[in-house]
Ligand binder design. Structure first.
Ligand SMILES: Cc1ncc(COP(=O)(O)O)c(C=O)c1O
Length: 362
């Protein structure tokens, strides 16, 4: 089976972990600090704060930005659940809005329509490796005095107007889960330019500690380990090369998949896509249903996946919000999307085989 996702690891990661093991300094320490500095430099931001997941990155960032009970935070409905649950974890209310039909990223017009006196922040998601349309969202945030959080969990190294994601909003929140464009095992990072905000997030992720055993606010243990950071540092060094392999696979698919009712992904002009996922749109013209196509691919030893089968506004967790039919594009996307293997471990022969199978669908 060609897996739909797989981390791209080598001897260097093993050696880096072994070095940390030998040092005896397993928890947060100098390796984490080095990773934070290197990752922030990569994202062209002044600071980076490492944490133990992308969810923790969002949760800690929202808390440090003052989001709490009574506040509303606008999020896209077509995303991984953590974009919304991190808001709920702060006691605030996520307000789900619809996405653009071509890129599935947050629709700036929908953001404007969802504004209320309780709106305090917007989380835009750079979905599948593609930046959302940052400028119009940034404009709304500036006009209304809202905080902008970039959920960069799927877009390490993607650019918008030639600048890396993670440095446009008040914060950028990354995940290093193993299937992401780079990994640290589990892990995450918050990027920002504001030194004060960085120190606040550092306190929140370390038991609210402002000095040794002095706890000035409610905090958590969201710290990254030196073991994770050692993997992350090696992976960061390979990130551009790994992304280039994803992009090459995606571009190859774009020019070779020609099958009735199957549309290949669209890249926003002025942005670069790093293809965390390569997502097809399978419509009613396709001889097989989306789920039928997925089963057919499985028979042919090709892994595929649906990101995401149920948009956030339909989740039972948020049923009481009464979101109903508020996000039709997200509803439709959840019925049509299908992700193909695009990760750096996929070679040209596998791309050829996958395209042949898809082009032969009758
Ligand atoms: C868009 C998005 N946001 C947040 C997260 C949460 O990251 P993690 O799984 O590292 O907690 C993910 C990870 O799957 C994600 O894809």
């Amino acid at each position: 089976m060609i897996p739909v996702a797989r981390p791209f690891l080598g001897e260097e990661e093993i050696a880096a972990v072994a070095e940390v093991m030998q040092s005896g300094m397993l928890a947060q320490g100098e390796v984490v600090t080095a990773f934070e500095e290197e990752f922030a430099a990569y994202c062209e931001t002044k600071h980076g704060v490492a944490v133990n997941s992308g969810t923790a990155a969002l949760h800690a960032a929202l808390l440090a930005l003052g989001i709490g009970p009574g506040d509303e935070v606008i999020v896209p409905s077509f995303t991984f659940i953590a974009t919304a649950t991190s808001v709920s974890m702060c006691g605030a209310r996520p307000v789900m809005v619809d996405v653009e039909p071509s890129t599935y990223t947050i629709d700036p017009e929908a953001v404007r329509s969802a504004l209320s006196p309780a709106t305090k922040a917007v989380i835009g998601v750079h979905l599948f490796g593609q930046p959302f349309d940052i400028d119009p969202v940034l404009k709304i945030c500036e006009e209304k005095g809202l905080v902008l959080i970039e959920d960069c969990a799927q877009a390490h190294g993607a650019t918008y107007r030639g600048k890396k994601v993670g440095g446009f909003g008040d914060v950028g929140c990354f995940s290093f889960y193993p299937t992401k464009n780079m990994t640290s095992g589990e892990g995450g990072m918050v990027t920002m330019d504001d030194a004060e905000l960085a120190s606040h997030i550092r306190r929140i992720i370390n038991h609210g500690q402002s000095d040794k055993y002095l706890h000035t606010e409610l905090g958590y243990n969201f710290r990254m380990t030196n073991i994770g950071a050692a993997i992350g540092r090696v992976q960061l060094g390979k990130l551009d090369a790994m992304n280039a392999r994803r992009v090459a696979n995606a571009e190859w698919y774009n020019s070779h998949i020609q099958s009735q009712g199957i549309a290949t992904p669209v890249t926003r002009p002025g942005a670069t896509h790093v293809y965390h996922q390569y997502v097809l749109d399978v419509d009613e013209e396709c001889p097989l249903s989306r789920d039928g196509l997925m089963a057919y691919l499985r028979e042919k030893d090709i892994g595929s996946a649906v990101h995401y089968p149920m948009p956030v506004h339909r989740q039972p967790l948020y049923a009481e919000n009464g979101n109903g039919d508020s996000c039709p594009i997200s509803d439709s996307a959840s019925q049509h999307v299908l992700s193909l293997p695009v990760h750096p471990g996929v070679g040209r022969e596998e791309c050829l085989y996958i395209a042949e199978i898809l082009n032969g669908v009758k």
